[in-house]
Design a protein around this ligand. Sequence first.
Ligand code: GLA
Length: 383
Amino acid sequence: MIAQTPPMGWNSWNYFHGNVTEQDVRAAADALVSTGMKDAGYVYVNIDDTWEGTRNADGVLSTNSKFPDMKGLADYVHSKGLKLGIYSGPGPKTCAGYEASYGHEQQDADLYASWGIDYLKYDLCSYHEIMQEQAPNDGAAQMRLMIDAYAKMDKALKSTGRPIVFSLCQYGWDAVWEWAPSLGGNLWRTTGDIRPTWESIYDIIEQQGGLAKYAGPGHWNDPDMLEVGNGIRDPRDPGRIRYLSLAEDRSHFSMWAMLAAPLLAGNDLTHMQPDVLSILTNRDVIAIDQDRLGHEATRAYADGEVEVWTRHLEGGALAVAVLNAGSDRYSSHPFHLSLTKLGLHGPQAGKDLWTGKEVTLTDDEPIELASHDILLVRIPSPK
Ligand code: GLA
């Protein structure tokens, strides 16, 4: 069985967008190994949009000149003990306007299997227009068309006999979490595209409430790929990148782990600050994400701009995240936890997963949290 825990790896889109080349993907695979990320659990090397070429007279798709030898690339990635992922969609074109799988589903699935592909992200994009053309003004019929299109590719992948993780990308429309698992989806995007800003990350966190019950071994909510280590161009000074702060990176990574999200790094692994690498390879936080029970966190309560989330872990342990989403970037924020609201009784001994220190959570001791920072504690024996 695949994706028994949320898939971990790297995807080209968040950093390279449409510029990614085979060299970048090879370098990312090398970096996963040399940085220790592979040892920490990152296995999938996923090529996103813009690898596609054209179809020949028989409909067989080729790669474009940025990816001269997909089979060779797959062999290279596999030789490192890693797996290779690829991208397509049910429509005629991908989001970036390249060739997608409409009418060629089985042919494409067979091609991926012949290359040795291990993961497919299948992005709705232009299929939305097909839905509108085929069922104008009929939302229910459009939804059926969409479900059928995803089911078709799932069947095509299964019939190759190769285990290929199936990742649905249709931005969380039509309560995808209700139908994706039954048609073989291993993960499904729950939102629109993430951006490397706190506003985007927090907005996505806010949209995850109520989805926990749909996640579990083999099928996961996907709040989109990681932006840890990324930033946006400063609009006033386009030569400068405004990176997420380390507190924001920590909060982003911690919350994705609490949410049992796929951990697909989206930064340039070949030029990574040590602080960013140490966030991405924090084993204690990864262990929360990869906990075998697969119980996604739920929000216990919010108090002003502070949110408290809990996640039940194997062996009766509990993870508690206290997130200061407050907008004042530089203030620190003393906060009193209510253990009763978490169903707990009296002081709780645990480990702060970012400092590595033993801590005791109480109602009395104020928690100091800088803006956009997080406290993440694992309580082995909650009382
Ligand atoms: C959509 C997806 C992104 C990325 C791009 C590629 O926007 O949501 O994650 O795959 O397409 O074109």
